[in-house]
Design a protein around this ligand. Structure first.
Ligand code: NAD
Length: 396
């Protein structure tokens, strides 16, 4: 597994962060695939002007720029040994369809973060494009909390996780790949035994829709002045923390039920949300006594506000088209619900959060507690890819 060329797909916060990090740890070539809007033209022009992207983490500065940028997959994919999708989950499939025909037979494609159900969609696309030899992987989360400060020029790394889990298919490449990425990212990448772990242990599906539900249920139509906009993580109340606990407990019950079906499946890395936070952010959490205190005293979450949209005259409304919902419900909670449906496990709180947040988004996933809504076809549930039994899900 020799990595000489890496192609990054996406030009957002994550891509801005990874380019300088890779440049400091990798001698090979970095390509950037930017088919979205006019990102490629803009990026090419700005990188030419500014020379380098600077990633700032406290006092530390890292510099780097991609070697080649294109809006066309055929120009930046055929030589890639490793392709990294640094994209919101709703852009995975369209991007994979654009790159699939140009992949090397031995290429490895991974999503950072994978969110839920990445393997169902990706393996189906690779099969459709007769690229079954291409290997896939996903990371459990993005290792960095990061925000672009100047496009194609400056990004701030607000926080860094201590370690992040990686699952791959076929499973046999997991350890080697985790070692390579540990070196490339300069951060501990932990091997996970299977891709089902990524779906069940997708922490965004709990935190993002769960906190939105806690913040805005009953306040949907409230207009906020700028100074009233709540902090997202640091604004979590005891009641919201309770909802997050219950969502996490339902996922743990589902995990146990799956393990009962096959005692050899290893799902030991599906943690309770509080344990995951402590594990991932140990050094930046000041008070570890409860889930609420872990969230509100986590330095990495400082200054992150609830997503809002301005409606004029200095007023704001909650933004229900934010990725915290449009990504983490159909590519997170709804997938978990689908797995629970196949395992015949009931999920009362998760259902309630899906129902409420999908209403806010103008979507319909659940009807009478079943995934029969009109928008289910746009979610990444296994059933949409012809997978209708829990045993198949357990094999990836
Ligand atoms: P971003 O919004 O900054 O960038 C997304 C990039 O994806 C865009 O620049 C574009 O290149 C591409 N894109 C967006 N919509 C697209 C579409 N419809 N079709 C094709 N391409 C499209 O996102 P980000 O902050 O870099 O986040 C990437 C992933 O990491 C997301 O899943 C996000 O939820 C996750 N994440 C981000 C952070 C963070 O701090 N930035 C933290 C945790 C997780």
């Amino acid at each position: 597994m020799e990595i000489k060329t890496i192609t990054i797909c996406g030009g957002g916060n994550a891509a801005h962060t990874l380019i300088p990090i890779l440049k400091n740890n990798f001698q090979g070539k970095i390509n950037l695939f930017l088919p979205y809007k006019n990102e490629a033209d803009c990026f090419i022009r700005l990188v030419r002007e500014k020379k380098s992207i600077i990633a700032i983490k406290g006092e530390k500065k890292l510099y780097g720029r991609p070697d080649k940028i294109s809006r066309f997959a055929k120009e930046v994919c055929p030589d890639a040994d490793l392709i990294l999708l640094l994209l919101p989950a709703f852009a995975h499939e369209s991007t994979l369809c654009q790159i699939a025909s140009f992949l090397k037979e031995e290429a490895i494609v991974g999503a950072i973060p994978a969110r839920s159900g990445f393997e169902y969609a990706t393996l189906k696309i690779l099969k459709d494009y007769r690229q079954e030899k291409v290997k896939i992987f996903g990371l459990q989360t993005l290792p960095w909390a990061c925000r672009i400060r100047e496009y194609a020029s400056k990004v701030e790394i607000l926080g860094e996780k201590r370690s992040v889990g990686l699952a791959a298919f076929p499973h046999k490449i997991t350890f080697k790949l985790a070692n390579i990425l540990t070196r490339l990212f300069n951060l501990k990448i932990e091997p996970l035994p299977n891709m089902l772990t990524l779906s069940l242990a997708n922490i965004g599906q709990i935190l993002h829709p769960g906190i939105m539900y806690g913040l805005f249920k009953g306040n949907e139509g409230r207009r906020y002045r700028k100074e009233e906009i709540p902090l997202f993580y640091h604004g979590v109340t005891k009641e919201t923390a309770q909802i997050l606990e219950e969502m996490s407990n339902e996922i743990l019950i589902l995990t146990k039920e799956i393990q009962k079906k096959d005692k050899y499946i290893d799902l030991s890395n599906v943690f309770h949300v509080e344990d995951w936070l402590i594990n991932s952010y140990r050094d930046s959490i000041q008070d570890k006594r409860s889930l609420q205190s872990c969230l509100v005293t986590n330095e990495a979450y400082r200054g992150i506000y609830a997503p809002m949209r301005e409606i004029g005259e200095g007023y704001f409304l909650p933004d229900f088209q934010s990725r915290y919902l449009t990504e983490d419900v159909p590519y997170g909670l709804v997938v978990t619900k689908a797995i629970a449906q196949l395992a015949e496990v009931k999920t009362f709180i998760i259902d309630e959060v899906i129902l409420m947040t999908s209403k806010w988004m103008g979507r319909e996933y659940l009807v009478n507690r079943y995934l029969k809504g009109k928008d289910v076809k746009e979610s990444r549930i296994p059933q949409n890819y012809g997978i209708n039994c829990i045993e198949e899900i357990m094999s990836y």
